[in-house]
Design a protein around this ligand. Structure first.
Ligand code: AMP
Ligand code: ZN
Length: 459
């Protein structure tokens, strides 16, 4: 079964089977968030999609045979500026943003290192931070300089793009087009307009580290080198899957490929390159200036994380997704129905009907269609479980809804008992009055055939 997973590879522009380089371990890297501000709902898309892939790989190859590295960018211009503005270090700023980020994504059912790592075993998931890998970055840069793929100019180190004959193979941009794009405002120290920064001098007040390339002044890394360094440290010179948003193909991934391949003399950095499509909001590109910028935290204030996850997975990951209120409402109703049908059942074996579409380039719309068809509660739990959904029992979910609503459960139980007494006395007026009181509390009661009364909190 494991050999049947096929993924669309941006490098070849075709679906290809995953064939792990090391038969005992699948290695995957995803470009993670820049933690300078609260994540927006678009940032949640790659996190959810590649979490799904990670879960699927663990299902296919075994929990012990997959390593997933998702980095955190904790140094860049925006982070430096924001920290300076607040008079704190970049570490203080990014520690705070990262903690908030973890709280938010945990609610989306995204696995974190603590959920999957087992002491004494190789880590299943790593969340490396750029500032913890400066030594690896300077080591890579020194190797690139020594190999003639990079040069020092005015205290910068630049990657020498013309030194790599097949630069551009991932994004398939013609060289002259890239050159024309890069020609605006070319820094005078660049030999070619396409050359990109590996290292630059820090301005006063900016974070700084000892520079590579024999440069005497302290500096800081360019953007792309961090991923080459972290992927190398945690996954090796070549690995199986590299993932990120479609906006990263050029220049970020193209430049990662250039750095890593020229450093190690390898034909590829990763065998399979996956890219998710972009998210827009109610038909428009999300942007602060349009006023439709939605943070993940805002969405999670109104909707359970599982609803957000399902709403995201209803669209295939390579398609653009239109984020709408209607989509969330539909996902919410679907989950209610599934929880009702699954009850408190334990998951059974994973149903092939759901697994098969996932093996075809993570076809989540088709997989969800198959979940709808599952009548048996144990299969429903297992099928939805493949997508990281229906993670709770029906009772636990109902309890969580009560806790989140602030409704006093003891008070509700007391009113239900009083209503039962009134009904025994045939005091219908009193019974109706109590039902009204319960409605006012945001509670719906249901009298069951067996004589018991159950209740739910209104959404
Ligand atoms: P950033 O924090 O902007 O570096 O983005 C982190 C990740 O989110 C990258 O993989 C981006 O490709 C992805 N991303 C950013 N905006 C969107 C969007 N609107 N839709 C989907 N993915 C996005
Ligand atoms: Zn990256």
């Amino acid at each position: 079964m494991a050999s049947l997973l096929r993924l669309y590879n941006t490098l070849s522009r075709a679906k290809e089977p995953l064939r792990p380089i090391d038969s005992g371990r699948v290695r995957m890297y995803a470009c993670g968030p820049t933690v300078y501000d609260a994540a927006h709902i678009g940032n949640a898309r790659p996190l959810i999609v590649f979490d799904l892939l990670f879960r699927l790989l663990r299902h296919l190859y075994g929990a012990d045979a997959v390593t997933y590295a998702r980095n955190v960018t904790d140094v860049d211009d925006k982070i430096n500026a924001r920290a300076a503005e607040r008079g704190i270090t970049i570490r203080e700023l990014t520690d705070g943003t990262l903690a908030q980020f973890h709280d938010d994504i945990r609610r989306l059912g995204i696995l974190l290192p603590d959920d999957v790592n087992v002491p004494g075993r190789p880590p299943a998931m790593i969340e490396p931070r750029a500032t913890d890998h400066i030594v690896e970055m300077t080591a890579l840069i020194d190797r690139l300089v020594a190999a003639g793929h990079a040069y020092v100019a005015e205290d910068h180190v630049l990657f020498d793009v013309p030194s790599m004959p097949d630069y551009g193979a991932l994004s398939r941009r013609p060289l002259d087009e890239m050159e024309a794009g890069a020609r605006v405002d070319v820094a005078p120290y660049k030999r070619s307009p396409l050359d990109f920064v590996l290292w630059k001098p820090s301005k006063p007040g900016e974070p700084s580290w000892p520079s590579p390339g024999g440069i005497g002044v302290a500096g800081r890394p360019g953007w792309h080198i961090e991923c080459s360094a972290m992927a190398w440290k945690h996954l090796g010179e070549t690995f199986d899957i590299h993932a990120g948003g479609i906006d990263l193909v050029f220049p970020h991934h193209e430049n990662e490929v250039a750095q890593t391949r020229c450093c190690f003399g390898t034909p590829v950095m990763a065998n399979l390159w996956l890219h998710n499509g972009f998210l827009q909001v109610e038909g428009e590109k999300m942007s602060k200036s349009l006023g439709n910028f939605v943070t993940l935290r805002e969405v999670l204030a109104d909707w359970p994380g599982e609803v957000v996850r399902l709403a995201m997975l209803r669209t295939h990951y390579r398609q653009p997704i239109d984020w709408t209120l209607r989509g969330l409402e539909e996902a919410s109703r679907t989950l209610d129905r599934w929880y009702e049908a699954a009850g408190d059942a334990e998951p059974g074996p994973a149903p092939d009907s759901v697994l098969e579409p996932l093996l075809d380039d993570l076809n989540t719309p088709a997989a969800l269609g198959e979940v709808h068809r599952l009548a048996d509660p144990a299969s429903l739990k297992a099928g939805a479980g493949l997508l990281g959904l229906l993670g709770q029992t029906k009772s636990a979910r109902a309890q969580a809804a009560v806790a989140a609503s602030g409704v006093d459960a003891a008070e509700v139980e007391r009113l239900i008992a009083e209503r039962k007494d009134a009904r025994t006395r045939k005091d219908w007026a009193e019974s109706d009055r109590i039902r009204g009181a319960l409605t006012a509390l945001g509670v719906t009661v249901k009298d069951n055939k067996d004589g018991t009364t159950s209740w739910t909190v209104n959404p």
